[in-house]
Structure formats: C-alpha cells, structure tokens
Ligand binder design. Structure first.
Ligand SMILES: Cc1ncc(COP(=O)(O)O)c(C=O)c1O
Length: 317
C-alpha cells in the first residue's frame, strides 16, 4: 500500500531528551519487543500551502488517546498532556520540518524492576517513551483501494481492549494485510466474531448505501474509534447535513454499497473501489467520498476557519 519509504528526520525524543535518531540503542531485553506491551499514536502535521507554519491535526485528541492507551497497559508516562504536546511541537520545530510530516510517539514497557521475576507482566516493569518524525505525504492510492475481506477475524475487545492502540495487537492487522496483498489487494477489511464489519488494517470504514444513507460500525465494537472517524462524522453532519448511522454493518451491505471509504490519520480519506475483486458501486470514487475528501483536505490545510481549533500550529523555525 505504501508508495515509498518515509525519510526519518534527524532528531528523536528519547529518554527525556532530544537526541540524534541514529544514536538511539534500545536494549534487546526491552520488554515490549518480546511481549508487544507498547502503545503508540500516529499523528500528522500538515504544511500550509501559503507558507505559514506547519499545523498538527487534532493533537490534543491524539495525546489524550496516548495517555488512555498507556493507562490500559500500566505504562507510566513521565509527562502529562501539556508536556506531551510541547514535546511533539518542539521536536517538529527542532527537526526543521516544513513539509507534511508523520509523528510517531511510542510508550512501552522497558525493563524488569529489581526484584521483579522474569515473565510476561505489566506491573514491576519500567516504562519508556519516545517520539520520532518522518517526512511523509499521502501514501495510499487516492484513486481507490482494493480491499479483501480478511480470513483473520479482528481481535475482540474482550481479549485486547481495541480502544487502546497497543503494539502487540497489530500482529493481527499485519497478518490480514499480508494475506490481502498476497491476493493482489491493497488492504484488508476485518470482521468480528459475529461476521460484522469492524475496520481496515489502519483505518475505519464508512459504507454509503444506494439510498444515500451512511453507516459506520459503532465505536463500542471491536475497532479503534479513530480521531479521523469522529472528524468525518462531525464534518458530514455540520457541512452536508448527512447523519452517519453508527451501527453494526453486514458483509451483505458492503457488497450492495454504492460507495465505501476509509478514514485514518495515515490513509486520510480514501475511497475503496473494490472489495474481494468486485467493484464497489461504479468502481470509481463516489460523490460523497469525493466531498468528504475535499472537506477534510480543506480542514487539515487550514482553509476552514470554523475548524481552526482542530489544528495546532508549530512555531516557525
Ligand atoms: C486499527 C486502526 N483503526 C483505525 C485507525 C484510525 O484512527 P485515527 O483516525 O485516529 O488515525 C487506525 C489508525 O490509527 C488504526 O490503526
């Protein structure tokens, strides 16, 4: 799905300091490496086409989700929301980021505290936190994704809380993507144990019926209720009057849909033009999808003053 290798910027935030990215040496004993006991965020900062400062999209919401995810895994972050916000903005500034940039904070279990016995655990293990940035524009084919309904079921919330972005849980998504790509598709759509649609590998999914009604699986389901998803729901209602139904969505509805699109920080808003090698609707991006993409692009590029509070400017270098 990726159209190029992102280029890492020079500095990272690691162990409380801004350091050269290439100088970081993480011990092989790092607990999260063994057990998937880390949490992360994916955040985007957008360039202003008119040369203003870079602006981070919904930074507060991402920082709050990182803190919630960390609490789920008993990861003690040495920073509060205000400090985390400052670290992200400072890193972008110090790296001299001027073009579109992807920001990746990770908080993870690090080392057994003295006296903690060897084994899989959360308590008695210290925590670490890092942030890296990469220069990265759009990376999915905006002409449309071909998705495969995965034979891997989405890990249920009852097994790993899906509202938390937990690194280990992404083995599920990686298996699904691998399977989809081996079948000539770009991405996977995953079902829950009851056979209802949950989400794609790194994005939420919206289904537009032939009657024009829009549905997306509920935030209480086995999925990560994305920040982009919430933004799309709000944008659609405020700007077009379309109220998105948050309810279980069946595979039959997907097959019958006039349009399908996915939303996520990484993929942004992207049409799904084929599912299991069959065209969705006309097989081309639909009108509503095109409209959502237009609105979203205008918002992230600072062209919609009503949504200025969704953007946090990075002080210019
Ligand atoms: C599994 C999964 N679902 C949904 C999303 C979309 O979330 P957001 O819009 O907050 O980026 C992501 C990306 O973070 C994801 O990894």
């Amino acid at each position: 799905m990726s159209t190029g290798t992102p280029v890492a910027t020079r500095l990272a935030f690691y162990q409380g300091q801004f350091v050269e990215n290439s100088a970081v040496r993480l011990p092989l004993t790092t607990q999260a490496l063994h057990y998937g006991t880390g949490v992360f965020e994916g955040i985007r900062a957008y360039a202003d086409p008119e040369g203003g400062p870079l602006a981070v999209f919904r930074l507060r919401e991402h920082v709050e989700r990182l803190l919630r995810s960390a609490r789920t895994l008993r990861i003690e972050l040495p920073h509060d929301a205000g400090e985390l916000t400052g670290i992200v903005l400072d890193l972008l500034d110090r790296n001299g980021c001027v073009g579109d940039t992807y920001i990746r904070p990770v908080a993870y279990k690090y080392a057994l505290a003295p006296g903690t016995p060897f084994g899989v655990r959360l308590s008695g293990v210290s925590s670490q936190f890092s942030v890296t940035t990469v220069a990265m524009g759009s990376y999915v084919p905006q002409t449309g994704l071909h998705c495969k309904i995965s034979s891997y079921r989405r890990v249920p919330s009852a097994s790993i809380p899906s509202g938390a972005k937990i690194t280990g849980a992404y083995a599920n998504n990686a298996l699904a993507v691998e399977e989809a790509q081996a079948d000539g598709c770009d991405d996977a759509l995953m079902l829950d144990g009851d056979g209802h649609l949950t989400e794609a590998s790194t994005s939420n999914v919206f289904v537009v019926g032939r009657d024009g009604r829009v549905a997306t699986p509920p935030a209480t389901g086995d999925l990560l209720p994305g920040i982009t998803r919430a933004s799309v729901i709000e944008l659609l209602e405020r700007e077009t009057g379309v109220v998105v139904e948050e309810r279980p969505v069946t595979v039959a509805e997907l097959a019958e849909a006039g349009e399908v699109f996915v939303s996520g920080t990484g993929v942004e808003i992207c049409p799904v033009t084929a599912v299991d090698h069959r065209p969705v609707g006309t097989g081309r991006p639909g009108d509503l999808t095109t409209e959502v993409r237009r609105l979203y692009t205008e918002v992230v590029r600072g062209r919609r003053p009503a949504y200025a509070s969704w953007l946090t400017p990075v002080r210019s270098a």
